[in-house]
Design a protein around this ligand. Sequence first.
Ligand code: SF4
Length: 371
Amino acid sequence: MRAHTKASASCGTCTGLVEKLMQLSLGDSYNPTAVQPMCSCTELGHDEVRRLIKAKGLKTIPAVMQELEWKTSCGCAKCRPALNYYLVADWPDEYADDYQSRFINERVHANIQKDGTYSVVPRMWGGVTSSKELRAIADVVDKFAIPTVKVTGGQRIDMLGIRKEDLPAVWADLGQAGFVSGHAYAKGLRTVKTCVGSDWCRFGTQDSTGLGVRIEKFMWGSWTPAKVKMAVSGCPRNCAEATCKDVGVICVDSGFEIHFAGAAGLDIKGTEVLGLVKTEDEALEVIVALTQMYREQARYLERIYKWAKRIGYDEVRRQVLDDVERRKAYYDRFVYSQQFAQVDPWSERVSGKDKHEFQPMAALSFQQAAE
Ligand code: SF4
């Protein structure tokens, strides 16, 4: 049906509807649980490929394709980014990230816009900023004549309309002011939104801002199957909107209520409660373990709310809350992988990495173009 009508081929919102139509037309002969191949390059589904990468110790994209008998020589735009992610997640210390297998935004570390320019979002830990940071951003906006500056839903500042060839110079100036990439383009940790919490608010039960900053500083740079957005609210009034995030925390007098599997995009879904923990340290450990479980088990491009529904909310609770040893093991694996992941991609590019990516292919005059 996808091949002939394109239904369910893009954002996936209509997939349920398409499945119902298939069921109606085909009756019992339709089997929705049959394994969906990753793409037309293989008969294997995502779960089987992930399992075999581990079981056979496959550590490069060509090795996966050869050993698992890919039907094409180089894969396609569907399987290459997925394989690249699985290898990054499974072999953090051995696999060399293949940037050519990433989508444009992750390759260029900025978000491409409809006119071919880019937007740049520096990281603002927990959404907190200062006069020094704001001045530095204002200077960059003036120097590069950036046409639009916009505050994002994740409490960050977005600079829109930057030419690709200017990106390294913009990042160099931002880096001087202490900024790193906000990963606003990444299948990875995006933002941890916070409210002002007990520092300023009369209703605040805990230091929600401090916890949000701590989570973000601990987890930034990690690659995940799809984007991950988090939030911490200082009381059940929930000003940081934690109950529609991939992972959210509601602070209460007795500790930290951890939520997961929310959505507020193509789908709208309130979070599930994972459980209540007493301390910030426990909250961080549970959130990290949940994220690592998701990193290890989800299919590429599957958001937390879809993955958790598929494997069962209780299974997630069992593995990251009840089973303390397993939680610790997930936590340790995440911490290990972070030593290879927490590298600012902007400063790498300012130092000359992937220089060719930011150089114009040719400078054409209007007359040349007309000829
Ligand atoms: S969520 Fe609660 S603590 Fe945070 S700003 Fe709102 S009312 Fe205050």
